[in-house]
Design a protein around this ligand. Structure first.
Ligand SMILES: [Mn+2]
Length: 321
């Protein structure tokens, strides 16, 4: 149960002034936008805000107002609370140790999220979690309505960005009537949908498209286990002058193959790991369960994991070494 009242009382208390807001690793549009929107609105209430994103802000989101406020480091100082936004699990904050330390020192932890119940619940004093929400931005929209926060144009654009990205432009099964009424209200407050869709959906660099070309060319369909997969190595990314951030979206494109299947994109990261990104369009498949077999997690239709290793080409396919 989401404890909105508890959160609102906590945020509005005069003796709670300094907040650290934390976005998750491999930041997506939802975590970045929700965090920046929360920062902007808490500042309107006169609070002192620090925004942390362990891996910065991806290029594609640099049209968002205030993105420069997100820093990739912070001093664990005198915060009155730490707010984890859209994090999914503690490891994904990128700052697990520091957050546990802060918790041990008695700094309250607040969890605002739409991911299924996870280890953050153990540490958090207040959980505002709604798994039925399309995005954390949709939850924060509801929170701002309850707090009567002025939805200025920038805040509206931020929140609509998170809704847009987490729903794949209003296409995924997580879109509800509530999602559309939130979006409609955000539009009426001046949210710049055209700007969002241009930046998110229609800005693909040459190197990005070449990288997608490699991934598409390598698609393999395993009929017996109903899995479609593809592979990208660090060498591939280098060969076209791209970065692993350019892979965002390719797994969604691959999962447009119509069938009751799961889609997996395996790709190497520069720090010697392999990331797996899973999608399905099928209601019968739960990719979060597949991801959990490899120590990962996520949602029923979109999930991921990280394992140690490298990808090596063999005669007939690929192996993990
Ligand atoms: Mn999200």
């Amino acid at each position: 149960m989401a404890s909105y009242t508890k959160l609102i009382t906590f945020l509005e208390r005069d003796d709670n002034q300094r907040f650290l807001l934390v976005a998750h690793e491999r930041p997506d549009g939802d975590t970045v936008s929700a965090t920046l929107a929360m920062a902007r609105s808490l500042k309107l209430l006169g609070k002192k805000i620090t925004v942390a994103s362990s891996q910065g802000v991806p290029e594609v989101f640099k049209y968002l107002p205030d993105w420069r406020d997100a820093k990739d480091d912070f001093l664990i100082g005198d915060f009155d609370a730490i707010i984890l936004i859209d994090n999914g699990d503690l490891k994904r904050t990128g700052y697990s140790d520091r957050i546990i330390k802060a918790r041990d020192r008695g700094i309250p932890i607040i969890n605002i999220d739409h991911h299924p119940k996870n280890d953050i619940w153990k540490y958090a004093n207040i959980n505002v979690v709604d798994e039925t929400a399309s995005s954390t931005c949709e939850i924060i929209f509801g929170l701002f309505r309850k707090m009567n926060i002025d939805l200025e144009t920038d805040i509206a654009t931020m929140l609509l960005t998170g809704i847009y990205t987490d729903t794949g432009g209003f296409q995924h099964a997580n879109v509800s009537a509530k999602t559309f009424s939130a979006a409609a209200e955000l539009m009426s407050h001046g949210a710049k949908l055209k700007n969002i869709s241009t930046n998110i959906s229609n800005h693909k660099s040459l190197s990005m498209l070449k990288l997608w070309g490699i991934a598409l060319d390598r698609i393999v369909k395993l009929d017996d286990i109903k899995l479609v997969y593809s592979i990208i190595t660090c060498a591939d990314i280098e060969s076209v002058g791209a970065s692993d951030q350019d892979l965002a979206g390719v797994v969604n494109l691959i999962s447009t193959i119509p069938d009751d299947v799961a889609t997996l994109l395996l790709y190497e990261t520069p720090d010697g790991k392999i990331k797996g990104s899973l999608r399905t369009e099928s209601a019968k498949v739960d990719v979060a369960r597949i991801a959990s077999l490899f120590g990962g997690g996520g949602h029923k239709r979109a999930a991921g994991f990280v394992i140690e290793g490298k990808l090596e080409k063999t005669n007939g396919g690929w192996k993990i070494v």
